[in-house]
Design a protein. Structure first.
Length: 174
C-alpha cells in the first residue's frame, strides 16, 4: 500500500488538469475534475496498486481481472468517453454517443496531465496522440468524439500547448 504516494500523484494530476482547464475557461470542470479519485471506492485500490509509472487501474486489472476503481470512476466523470455509452431501445449492447465539446476539451487536459505525470522525463508533445492511435479505445468511441480528439491532439503535437489552448478557448469552445 502506498497511500501517500498515490495521494500525491492523483493530486498532482488533478492540479495540472485544473490549471489547464482554467486556461481555456472551464473553471467549474477544473475545480471538480477527478474528485471521485479521493472516494474510498477509487482511493483504496489506487493506493494498493500504486507503482508511480502507470495507472493503478491497470495494476488492479492485471491482478483481479478488472478494475473496480475504473468502473466507479468512468461512471462519474464525463470527461471519459466511456461515460457516454448507453443502450438503444430495441438493440443489443452498448453504443457510444458523442461527447459534448466541453468534455472533449477536459478529456484533452486529462490526457496531457496523465501523460506528463506517468511519463515524467520521457514525456514528449504528441505522446497523447500516439497513445490514442495505438490504443483500442478509439475503436469503441463515437466517431465524432474520436475525430475531435484526433484533431485537437494533432494540433497539440504540431503547434504546442499555448496555441492549442488558445484555439480551444476561441474556436472550439465558442
Amino acid at each position: 500500500m502506498h497511500p501517500i504516494k498515490h495521494f500525491l500523484t492523483i493530486t498532482k494530476h488533478r492540479h495540472m488538469v485544473m490549471w489547464n482547464c482554467f486556461r481555456i475557461g472551464l473553471y467549474w470542470q477544473g475545480l471538480c475534475h477527478d474528485l471521485s479519485k479521493y472516494s474510498p471506492a477509487e482511493f483504496i485500490p489506487g493506493a494498493k496498486y500504486y507503482n508511480g509509472h502507470y495507472s493503478p487501474n491497470a495494476g488492479q486489472r492485471a491482478v483481479e481481472g478488472c478494475s473496480s476503481a475504473w468502473m466507479h470512476h468512468k461512471g462519474r466523470n464525463r470527461h471519459h468517453f466511456e461515460y457516454w455509452t448507453d443502450v438503444r431501445e430495441g438493440e443489443i449492447g452498448y453504443h457510444p454517443f458523442p461527447m459534448p465539446k466541453r468534455y472533449v476539451a477536459e478529456s484533452v487536459m486529462d490526457r496531457i496531465a496523465a501523460s506528463k505525470v506517468y511519463r515524467g522525463k520521457d514525456y514528449y508533445v504528441g505522446c497523447e496522440l500516439d497513445y490514442l492511435e495505438r490504443s483500442q479505445e478509439s475503436n469503441v468511441m463515437h466517431p465524432e468524439t474520436r475525430e475531435a480528439l484526433r484533431e485537437i491532439l494533432t494540433r497539440l503535437r504540431d503547434h504546442g500547448e499555448k496555441e492549442t489552448f488558445r484555439w480551444l478557448k476561441k474556436e472550439y469552445l465558442k
